[in-house]
Design a protein around this ligand. Sequence first.
Ligand code: SGN
Ligand code: CA
Length: 525
Amino acid sequence: MSSLDRINRRLFFVFGLIVAVATTGFADERPNILFIFSDDHAINAISAYEGPLTEVAPTPNIDRLAKEGAVFLNSFCGNSICGPSRATILTGKHSHKNGFMRNTGKGFDQSQWTVAKAMQAGGYNTAVIGKWHLKTTPLGFDHWEVFPGQGSYYNPVFIQPDGSTKRFEGYATDLTTQKAVNWLEQRDSSKPFFLMCQHKAPHRTFAPALRHLGSFDDVVIPEPETLFDDYKYRSQTLAGNEMEIDRHFDWAYDAKVRKDERGDVKLPAPDRYGTPEYNRMTDKQKQVWDAHFGPKNQEFLDRFATGEMTHQELVRWKYRRYMRNYLSTVKAVDESVGTLLKYLDDHGLAENTLVIYSSDQGFYLGEHGWYDKRWMFEESFRMPFVARWPGVIQPESRPSQLIQNIDYAPTFLEVAGLNVPDEIQGQSLVSLMEGKEVDWRDSLYYAYYELGEHAVPQHFGVRTMQHKLIHFPVSNEWNLFDLEADPLEMRSVHDDASYASLLDSMKQEFFRLRAHYDAPPFPKQ
Ligand code: SGN
Ligand code: CA
């Protein structure tokens, strides 16, 4: 080696050292945020919430998060529907402020402030993968790969960052997880990351990974007490709903009994939507599906054809079919949580990452006879929120404050040490995560604006720890629920004299919140 070479080598070494010191010296050690999000996952189907299905349908990986972190026991959305919940998460504002009030209509206005843009500008490496459902192209993400619209379960298409679309063979939940892991592998590790891994599952049509078909076949699934709700003693609008397992659960689409399997057996309506997910499958996938459903469907059709099944038996059969598919669909979501936690463990990231599991709203698992969401009743108003952040959140903590999806954006910002703009309507959850005694809100505002899908009317309300008031402008009704005396919300006490002063104070609170959040007048009916 010549002396010049030696000098060069030494110079290179010194230069390398300077670079190394500079990068470690200034390494950005702010916490990472892994936001694992699903679609329509009710807390009643998460065993950490210790609901009615905990015994029969455990979610061990979400439960691991819960054990190592916090289960927020009273977590809610502001508008129980997909796009609006997501827009609220991105903006920290209620629907009327971010403009995305319903799924229909024009897309999310990307010119406004979003937490993704703020995190990106604030030095985070940002990505969103999976379900987006805001119509306009994601902004504020260094990387994104999302489903068009609702996306598909089997062999789904993803929109690529260059705008082209590409079909991937496999199952949506697994592919979303894999893409999230791939991004973590390739990310810019000089920066902390903010990753939104957003599943399509377990949204309708509740289509499980093929490996999970049959997972609940031998399990007795308990029925909700309100499966045969008669919709009395509450708003007259309830009876007009179109989301009942009894009257609206589609035979091929939801119950998975295809027309070509039925021979001469005539099933009662409805039977409108066909089998788009089955049609997407490869022949091999169809074989697995048919091997599972075929014999069960034949057995059911034979029984139905005897004419001996009562109406209630038929509803119960559909309920079981629904739950088996829904819970099987959840299984892959839970596995996704496990895969992502393992990735953090294996790469030394677990300690410095806030992991959140949540879903865009809750869902009816037969309560009130329903599937779907939208109503301000508990099952769809509630959002799961389970979070782990070693060193900040005490293991097995169970905060009970009323939190809402307007709180997510300010939480992300505080974790990242970034400024929370004044216009944000939510409040950071970090102090609750730390277990501090803080002054916290004691009521939540709710507003649902869709124009009649599943025949759910627009409605608005307020919930405190113990009471809930709902206003239905279309019928000019007020419903008041005492959640302690009537946790299943089967009887409104708005016209009960002993609740008159409570009704008054709840109305005052409702109008106070509307003023506080600067809510617009009720839409004209
Ligand atoms: C679709 C579903 C509805 C569901 C909405 C909204 N019908 O329209 O059952 O309520 O999405 O869901 S389906 O025929 O497409 O399954 S959301 O989660 O995206 O808001
Ligand atoms: Ca949803």
